[in-house]
Write a protein that binds this ligand. Structure first.
Ligand SMILES: [Zn+2]
Length: 423
């Protein structure tokens, strides 16, 4: 039971004084007045957390977090990307998952990875082998020649350790959906051209993937910056669209009409631009001007989407690069929503909790502090509604509860091992 404190319940209702939140097993049993059947003095069956002077809210959900790209790089790791050694990569992913949870992120959506690493880590967490967030995972991204993640020449194709999976016909795509479904993914990730310069996936191909995936109870997400694929994806019925920064107003109207959410993911771009200005474009090895343009467009997109009633999801692209480290950036996107997207802090919190539940396949089940919801809760020493950046500093985290259990935030021995490796 959590007593006292200020409750931000994830529904968008104003913050309010909390009397009691009762958790039984992994669900929230009641919120509000202390139920008569509970005897607070009975410390054998009731564990009481006093949150007086603190703020209580749903655990954060990062709707865009990669776990098996081979990052973070560890000094001494040796040649070759971690992804060429799935066994090593799996252990790294497991470790990263623990850091994510200790940052107050109780659920993540993983739109693409190598092998079936993320499926394995997800299940290890689910079965209690290790601590970690709830994970909702895709496998390798379905791409055609020239799409993002088709980086090798045609005679090499997409090697087994890569993040993309070449499928140049609708039939090949459907077969890949079936293969990934057999190996336990929760959703299918498709990926169009890298920067949206041209449409690489035909509407019929997207529709074929959506049809097969939905028949198998798998969801579908698509990396789509460009106008053509964004409209095609909306009309084909994908479950959410990632980026969409180059979509025209008419395309966004099609997205709104189809009721498809957009996951803009501005954090990665913000980090590149900030870092690039600090250490120089050469060091980050990315086109800063292009990143800045995408970043500005995403700010505009956030305003337009709100006007059109398009639901925006909150994700960061953590784990997609050496400088997007796990456990550090998950709440940055909320600040960007507020500073560039015209959101109030409360609206950003709702987007990153209740609304984000769709990206982990648990809409109505997680993301709110309400009776019947899964018990994923964080307690903070400072008020995130007064300053949304509070969520970015783990020093402000007093408590993380996932699935009704209190998370150990100080894994001393493990940190020691990591610090040694980093020296
Ligand atoms: Zn990504």
């Amino acid at each position: 039971m959590i007593r006292n404190g200020t409750l931000i319940d994830g529904s968008g209702k104003p913050s309010a004084r909390n009397d009691s939140i009762v958790i039984a097993g992994n669900r929230i049993e009641s919120v509000g007045a202390l139920p008569g059947y509970i005897h607070v003095e009975d410390r054998k069956t009731v564990e009481v957390v006093d949150a007086a002077g603190k703020w209580i809210m749903p655990g954060l959900i990062d709707a865009h977090c990669h776990m098996s790209y081979g990052y973070p790089l560890i000094k001494g790791e040796g040649k070759g990307k971690g992804t060429t050694r799935p066994e090593f990569s799996t252990l790294k992913s497991a470790r990263s998952a623990q850091k994510v949870l200790r940052a107050g992120v109780t659920s993540i959506s993983v739109p693409g990875g190598t092998w079936f690493t993320d499926v394995g880590v997800r299940d290890a967490i689910k079965l209690g082998l290790m601590a970690g967030p709830r994970m909702f995972v895709a496998g390798r991204m379905i791409v055609t020649y020239g799409c993002i993640e088709d980086d090798e020449p045609s005679w090499e194709g997409t090697p087994d350790h890569s993040i993309g999976k070449l499928c140049n016909t609708a039939d090949e795509m459907v077969t890949e959906v079936r293969r990934q479904g057999k190996h336990g993914v929760n959703f299918i990730k498709m990926a169009d051209s890298r920067s949206g310069e041209s449409q690489m996936l035909a509407k019929e191909e997207i529709a074929a993937v959506v049809g097969e995936a939905h028949r198998r109870n798998l969801r579908v997400a698509i990396h789509s910056r460009g106008a053509g694929s964004t409209r095609a994806a909306a009309e084909a019925g994908v479950d959410w669209i990632v980026h969409a920064d180059l979509a025209t107003d008419r395309d966004l109207e099609a997205v709104a009409k189809a009721g498809v959410p957009i996951l803009p993911t501005a954090t990665f771009l913000a980090v590149v631009v900030e870092l690039g200005q600090k250490v120089g474009a050469e060091q980050v090895q990315l086109d800063i001007n292009r990143m800045k343009r995408h970043y500005d467009l995403l700010g505009e997109l956030m305003h337009k989407a709100r006007k059109l009633g398009i639901k925006l999801l909150v994700g960061t692209d953590t784990g997609n690069n050496a400088f997007t480290r796990h456990g550090e950036l998950h709440a940055k996107e909320l600040e960007i929503f507020v500073r560039h997207g015209g959101y109030t802090p409360m609206q950003a919190i709702v987007a990153a909790t209740r609304d984000n539940a769709v990206a982990v396949g648990l809409e109505g089940q997680v993301g709110q502090v309400a009776a019947g919801q899964l018990a994923d809760i964080i307690v903070l020493d400072k008020d995130p509604v007064a300053d949304i950046a509070v969520l970015q500093d783990t020093k402000n985290l007093a408590l993380v509860i996932k699935d009704g259990k209190i998370v150990d935030l100080e894994p001393r021995d493990e940190m020691l091992v990591f610090q040694q490796a980093a020296e």
